[in-house]
Design a protein around this ligand. Structure first.
Ligand code: SAM
Length: 256
């Protein structure tokens, strides 16, 4: 670890904890669904005005701006997929609290939100109850195991912020195989990828992932995922990039 990262690590783990977002990141993981949800809300909070200031600086980081831009694109592509036919069944394989699902109008289809973390599922279910969105259903499931998915075959899959955090290409392949088992020809898959990052070593040296270990991340272009998916029968229909050019959002269609 270089001196800059060592100093930043010390500062983040001490004074940085005045920021609600940084405290949340160190307790749940900076890539946990609940953390991403905090980033989407983009409302700085902290202990003391200094804590709120640190939180604002953190939320304004280009990567978090990119994450918010990614969500905008995701919602647009999911809306397009849902508009293709009435009553489609959608499954988000690693939804976290699935805040973008609540941005879709009610009645556009059946929206299933899966996550392996029971706390994320409980948070999502509580929001469903609060907002009366009985078209959204949260379920505990494993993205890699279609036998745990709530239905045998879906018209639309969503994977947001999930391909981005699979550092092993074998996991990408496992996920693509699972998604192929859990869909049919004609299904679409709306997914996000992290194509670039200003400082991956910072994630490893300074931040923690949801297991509270060093956050190991790799970048991967949308095209790389498309090439892995093609032999399984998936073809790209849309690829977009948010303003920071760090994240891509793609829709694939299963042609066979
Ligand atoms: C970075 S968050 C993304 C949350 C949300 N999809 C978004 O884009 O805002 C990644 C989520 O993947 C979930 N997750 C990790 N491994 C999983 C698995 N094998 N199956 C299902 N969910 C998983 C985590 O619990 C976490 O909520």
């Amino acid at each position: 670890m270089d001196a800059y990262h060592a100093a930043l690590r010390f500062a983040m783990r001490t004074g940085g904890r005045l920021s609600d977002g940084i405290r949340l990141g160190y307790s749940e993981g900076f890539n946990a669904g609940v953390m991403v949800d905090y980033v989407y809300r983009n409302r700085p909070h902290g202990v003391t005005p200094l804590g709120t200031f640190i939180d604002r600086v953190m939320l304004n980081h280009p990567v978090w701006r990119g994450v918010r831009g990614r969500r905008q694109l995701l919602v647009g592509q999911v809306r397009t997929a849902l508009a293709e036919a009435p009553g489609q069944r959608l499954f988000d394989v690693a939804a976290g609290p699935g805040s973008y699902l609540f941005m879709l109008p009610a009645g556009v289809g059946t929206l299933w939100a899966g996550d392996r973390d029971p706390d994320e599922v409980a948070r999502g279910a509580a929001r469903v109850a609060r907002e009366g969105r009985d078209d959204i259903r949260f379920v505990a499931s494993d993205a890699f195991d279609p036998a745990t998915w709530p239905e045998p075959s879906f018209d639309i899959l969503v994977a947001s912020g999930f391909f981005d955090i699979l550092d092993d290409i074998e996991d990408v392949r496992r996920l693509l195989r699972a998604g192929t088992v859990g869909t049919h020809p004609g299904s679409r898959w709306v997914l996000t990828v992290m194509e670039d990052h200003p400082d991956l070593a910072l994630l490893r040296d300074v931040l923690v992932d949801w297991d509270l270990g060093p956050w190991v991340a790799v970048t991967r272009s949308a095209e790389e995922v498309v090439e892995e998916a093609r032999p399984l029968g998936w073809e790209p229909v849309a690829v977009e990039r948010e303003k920071e050019r760090l994240f891509g959002v793609a829709t694939l269609r299963r042609v066979r």
